[in-house]
Ligand binder design. Structure first.
Ligand code: FES
Length: 183
């Protein structure tokens, strides 16, 4: 009797093994179909490189707050400046600046509270601090790059430290009073 049970048990084990093996082949087979399907759905490299325009809703960005986002793989800061930050940016004598630009050249007329700039330090590319709500950094109410001590003002202009240039302004336009299109 024990022998019969052993035989049955062995057969069961073999059958289980065969079923598992078949199941595994099925999974591999499905995987083999899924991978090309997923790669067909993914945008191709040229589409990514071209970088479609991106719409950004500014309504949720309260005064004094800044957000980070990515466009074309690059970091961008959008800051809703306070009146004090705007006044400070406007009061600067641009003849004293390393990279002379007026605040008006860096914002859109009628939308002065919003500043849109690339978010990497122009020295060696670190990400400056200063995006916490109501907590601008550095000596000029803007951003501070802790890597080597660059200070950017509330217009994103370099004011102190080794960075050679202002944080660049990406191409963008207002599509409504509270929406911008980057790109
Ligand atoms: S990378 Fe910002 S100061 Fe050097």
């Amino acid at each position: 009797m024990a022998h019969a049970t052993d035989t049955k048990s062995t057969e069961t084990t073999r059958r289980d093994f065969l079923m598992l093996a078949t199941g595994a082949a099925g999974v591999v087979g499905i995987g083999g179909v899924l991978i090309p399907l997923i790669s067909q759905l993914a945008p191709d490299a040229q589409t990514i490189a071209a970088g479609a325009p991106m719409d950004v809703d500014l309504a949720p960005i309260a005064e004094g707050m800044a957000i980070k986002l990515f466009w074309r793989g690059k970091l961008i800061f959008v800051r809703h400046r306070t009146k004090k930050e705007i006044d400070e940016a406007l009061a600067v004598d641009i003849a004293t600046l390393r990279d002379p630009q007026t605040d008006q050249q860096r914002t859109k007329a009628g939308h002065e509270p919003f500043l849109v700039v690339y978010g990497n330090c122009t020295h060696l590319g670190c990400v400056p601090l200063g995006n916490s709500p109501g907590d601008p950094k550095g000596d000029f109410d803007g951003w501070f790059c802790p890597c080597h001590g660059s200070h950017y003002d509330s217009s994103g202009r370099i004011r102190k430290g080794p960075a050679p240039l202002n944080l660049p302004v990406p191409p963008y336009a207002f599509s409504t009073d509270t929406k911008i299109r980057i790109g």
